[in-house]
Design a protein. Structure first.
Length: 192
């Protein structure tokens, strides 16, 4: 009786693996079945992390979109299907928290700047414009791929592993591209 009750509440892990394999073949019905079998667990995790229903829904949608696009990358030796989905969900939920934190910090900075320094002098404005244009030019000199990696690492505050997961690039490639991009940025800024 206990085994029967367990099957009613928890998805059968072999069935989830079959669904991932069907998703690899482009079967949308498999994604629907995976969603039905796991959405309550993913939504529960996202809700605990982001603490806003609307944000949790966005996280869950992004998780299933990523799972659909990357079903071929799923490796059952590394985790169960549910474990993989929960890890993807957690990663996206943490992204939301980081974005929220960055937005709040920016708003606080802007509010502080507007209160403390209402009228910067012309020299200060020119200096800021000059510095911004140098940074922008250095960033524009990077390849689009490296620019994206810099944005993920420094604007979204993702770890190398999270960037690898999000972009599909091997971890070593992410690290080497970021290192080269930072060297290139430094060279560009020092040359100007």
């Amino acid at each position: 009786m206990e085994a029967l009750a367990k099957d009613v509440h928890e998805p059968v892990f072999d069935d989830l693996l079959v669904l991932i394999e069907a998703m690899r073949d482009g079967k949308e019905s498999a994604l629907e079945a995976l969603y039905d079998a796991t959405v309550s667990k993913l939504f529960g995790l996202a809700s605990v992390i982001v603490r806003r229903g609307e944000d949790a829904e966005d996280v869950v949608c992004a998780t299933y979109a990523h799972a659909w696009a990357n079903a071929a990358r799923y490796d059952q030796r590394r985790s169960s299907v549910l474990g993989w989905l929960l890890m993807l969900c957690r990663s996206r939920a943490l992204d939301v928290l980081r974005q929220r934190r960055a937005q709040n910090a920016l708003l606080e900075h802007v509010a502080h700047e507007s209160v403390t320094d209402v009228s910067p002098g012309p020299d200060e404005l020119l200096g800021l414009l000059h510095h911004e244009s140098r940074v922008r030019a250095a960033l524009e000199a990077l390849s689009p791929e490296r620019r994206e990696l810099i944005a993920l690492a420094f604007l979204r505050d993702l770890t190398h592993a999270e960037i690898s997961d999000r972009t599909g690039l091997p971890l070593g490639t992410v690290k080497s591209h970021l290192r080269r991009a930072l060297l290139q940025l430094r060279e560009q800024l020092e040359a100007r």
